[in-house]
Design a protein around this ligand. Structure first.
Ligand code: APR
Length: 311
């Protein structure tokens, strides 16, 4: 039997994720949305591209029919609402919290052994909601952020140096927000630290551009990014399904690691068939520790806000 990935939310990120999974031949895909017609329409269009692209995965789209997600190996959740003009941060948080809770209840009922990859924002907060709602073990609720932020960091390094992106390696940890923590010290080009390639000034500029990477895309597109986010989610799914034991920066539940408790934060993890199989604790400098703490504090603040909004 082929592996099965369900993608919830058939918007920009969800549909592009479905397409990438199919084109890689990774698994059969079920695409679910609340809107009538959209998931079925996008899947039909994708199926019609299959003879040309040459993929053989089954892709099917449904509106609200979660029974089709039954026994999925992986569920990628992209459902959510974008911030609209005049909408407060709290309104957005409350809406997306509600959506995440509804989706997770349905997913847990039909695919209780699945591994969840959370993409919806605010990412770290949504991971908390998913863990609390599904009661899945912590290794099976994983947030997509670090791979995306690191890919942006890598792309900017490659652009600056006019070298192949394949030569670049970079790490961005912490929360997926203004307080994310790019780690220039662990970032290299052809295995050589970037400090040997770039001045401090240039590195700082790349770090700042990485932190504002999401906003830079929104300014241009007027909607949030979807090509790179879907690539990142699919890299996680592939590492899990193929049991790669790949070390990637992902948002995971920390229970004492890095000195933090009861908080989802981006750190390097080993991804394999069980989801997060190990949390890799790298040595941090004092400054890096301070930055990571700041990031954890802002995630915990969102969790507090959600408690307040629940009342
Ligand atoms: N169940 C299923 N789908 C839902 C639900 C729900 N309860 N609520 C909303 N959706 C769907 C919407 O109908 C929409 O099709 O989620 C989809 C979101 O798609 P877009 O608005 O295009 O948003 P997108 O750009 O795909 O981003 C999705 O990923 O990167 C993050 O910040 C981004 O949180 C956002 C998410």
């Amino acid at each position: 039997m082929k592996e099965k990935i369900t993608v919830i939310g058939a918007g920009h990120v969800g549909a592009t994720t479905a397409r990438r999974i199919a084109e890689k031949g990774l698994a059969d895909v079920v695409l679910i949305d609340i809107i009538e017609g959209i998931p079925a329409g996008k899947c039909l269009d994708l199926n019609e591209s299959a003879p040309i692209e040459g993929f053989n995965c089954k892709i099917s789209g449904f509106s609200g029919n979660y029974s089709e997600a039954k026994d999925s190996d992986i569920v990628i959740i992209t459902a959510g609402q974008a911030r609209k003009p005049g909408m407060s941060r709290d309104d957005l948080l409350a809406n997306n919290m509600k959506i995440m809770r509804t989706v997770c209840k349905k997913v847990a009922a039909v695919a209780p052994d699945s591994i969840l990859i959370i993409v919806s924002n605010p990412l770290d907060a949504m991971c908390h909601v998913a863990l609390e709602t599904t009661c899945f073990p912590k290794n099976r609720v994983i947030g997509m952020a670090g791979i995306l932020d690191s890919a942006r960091f890598r792309a900017f390094i490659a652009m600056e140096l006019n070298v192949s992106v394949e030569n670049t390696y970079a790490f961005v940890l912490g929360g997926h927000g203004d307080n994310m923590v790019p780690f220039p010290r662990y970032s290299t080009v052809a295995g050589i630290p970037i400090s040997e390639w770039l001045s401090d000034e240039k590195i700082n500029a790349i770090v700042e551009r990485t932190k504002g990477g999401g906003a830079e895309i929104v300014d241009l597109l007027k909607v949030s990014a979807y090509y790179a986010p879907s690539s990142a989610a699919v890299e996680m799914a592939e590492a899990i399904l193929k049991d790669k034991k790949l070390i990637l920066p992902c948002t995971t539940y920390l229970d004492g690691e890095y000195g933090f408790h009861d908080v989802f934060l981006g750190v390097p993890v080993k991804l394999g068939i069980s989801g997060v199989e190990e949390i890799i604790e790298i040595k941090l400098t004092e400054d890096e520790q301070i930055d990571l703490k700041k990031s954890a504090t802002s995630v915990l603040k969102l969790v507090e806000d959600m408690q307040r909004l629940k009342k």
